[in-house]
Design a binder for this molecule. Structure first.
Ligand code: C2E
Ligand code: CA
Ligand code: CA
Length: 431
């Protein structure tokens, strides 16, 4: 049997384009690849794939046209599996092949779900979004129907395959793929089984000392591992594109919580929601967020979206349009973790932020580090001079609170006032 071979792609270089006839599948050795579809003359990212992941697997079945394009995001090495090799391999049906076939089926389901999501996400009553034409959506639905039929064919193939040479399974090549897939699978299950829950951390008005709002911080209630913080799963959600669905869930939960607290305790109560850069790959993001806010929050002005600098850097034009649309709808915008990234002052006046959030790394080192104090003071002045209000994050002691108050910061957040709490605990605290 002929061996597969390696190929290198430069950033921006295509592995294949939508509509081309597929002749190979690929496993990513190193680097990152974006998969996108062209719809209504726009490119919509459906996934970003990283090391160990498989793509272009359509070619394993037959030479049908590519239904999406694949482009390298960074210098990327791939193992190329040509169609003929695959057909031979299927004939001999070793465990590797069976494994890959299983991957394909999962992937098809996944693509199908995401495409459907994009289609259903077309919000007819949102003026800012141009609906996909009916013929385009019919076409996509057709493609997806073919996928489903193909799935059945593969399933039959896998079920009838006989393991010939189990020893041939290349563990190193495939273990990474398996690991990534199992993480993605678990995340997908977590999403459908609603294992993600929002915790809410109090935000205090420093003048009155009263809780005036909260930041939503998502947690994964893992059935075996217990409560997991975002660092363990948000990166995977971003890489797999799942952050898009999760983001809507978080937004809806938060808006509902905001409305409840506003009704029961304080009509001015606000809630702040973190947005990830990957969510902006979804063209329907802004109209859908607006719809969720309209439907579930007490008023758009009581919802803040927190955005980091990296998000602005990635695609300033796109970010500019999106943020302005949100802002026009009345929600508030926060520049998060300001000063920790590749800060560029030019962002601050170009983008319509209402609040600047000072990162905890500055705030909770003020006691021992004079430079941190200077940085905090300078950030506060900068924010105020640009017409923004300030939020200081990571206040853990009275000393820090006092300094922050001396600097005329409006809002404070940190363990000194409260850790992130469940919706129930938060309401108890308010009582
Ligand atoms: P972040 O936006 O900077 O959130 C603040 C983090 O600081 C939270 O960690 C919070 O629990 C922690 N924190 C709050 N007060 C204190 C304090 O006084 N001292 C210390 N040492 N830490 C404090 P968490 O919940 O682990 O979240 C980590 C990051 O994950 C967040 O950083 C945010 O970037 C991301 N994240 C959290 N929830 C979401 C979400 O719903 N969507 C997205 N896209 N990202 C989220
Ligand atoms: Ca935040
Ligand atoms: Ca932070």
């Amino acid at each position: 049997m002929q061996p597969d071979f390696y190929q290198h792609f430069q950033p921006g270089e295509h592995l294949f384009k939508q509509g081309e006839i597929g002749d190979s599948a690929y496993i990513i050795e190193k680097g990152r690849i974006e998969i996108y579809i062209e719809k209504a003359e726009k490119n919509i990212t459906i996934a970003t794939l990283a090391e160990g992941e498989l793509l272009g697997e359509m070619a394993i079945i037959d030479e049908s046209p590519r239904n999406a394009s694949a482009v390298a995001l960074e210098p990327t090495d791939v193992i190329v599996i040509p169609l003929q090799h695959m057909q031979q391999k299927i004939e001999y049906s070793d465990p590797t092949v069976r494994f890959i076939l299983k991957v394909i089926m999962m992937r098809y389901r996944d693509i199908y779900a995401r495409l459907m999501h994009v289609l259903e996400g077309v919000v007819p009553n949102a003026s800012s979004y141009q609906a996909v034409s009916e013929t385009t959506s019919d076409k996509i639905k057709n493609i997806m129907q073919q996928y489903l039929e193909m799935q059945d064919r593969i399933l039959t193939a896998v079920n009838t395959a006989v393991p010939l040479n189990d020893n041939n399974l290349d563990q190193t090549d495939l273990s990474k793929t398996k690991r990534l897939l199992s993480i993605e699978k678990n995340l997908q299950r977590a999403l459908t089984e609603e294992q993600f829950v929002n915790y809410y951390q109090p935000i205090v008005d420093l003048r009155s000392g009263q809780i005036c709002g909260c930041e939503a911080l998502v947690r994964w209630q893992h059935p075996q591992q217990g409560l997991l913080t975002p660092e363990y799963f948000i990166p995977h959600c971003e890489n797999s594109g799942m952050i898009i669905d999760l983001g809507y869930l978080i937004t809806r939960q938060t808006c509902e919580f905001q409305q409840t607290v506003a009704d029961r305790f304080n009509p001015d109560f606000f809630a702040s929601i973190n947005l990830s850069i990957k969510q902006f790959d979804d063209e329907t993001l802004i109209p859908r967020l607006i719809d969720i806010v309209d439907e579930h929050a007490s008023a758009p002005a009581r919802i803040k979206f927190e955005i980091t600098e990296s998000l602005l850097m990635g695609n300033p034009e796109q970010a500019h349009t999106a943020l302005n649309e949100l802002k026009q709808h009345g929600v508030k915008l926060v520049i998060d973790d300001f000063g920790t990234g590749y800060s560029s002052l030019s962002y601050l006046h170009r983008f319509p932020f209402d609040f600047m959030k000072i990162d905890q790394s500055f705030v909770n080192t003020m006691l021992h580090n004079k430079k941190s104090k200077t940085i905090v003071k300078s950030l506060v002045d900068l924010g105020h001079n640009l017409g923004m209000q300030l939020i200081a994050e990571g206040i853990e002691s009275q000393y820090e609170e006092q300094l922050i108050k001396d600097y005329q910061v409006e809002l404070g957040q940190g363990y000194f006032y409260g850790t992130p709490l469940t919706a129930e605990q938060f309401q108890k605290l308010l009582k």
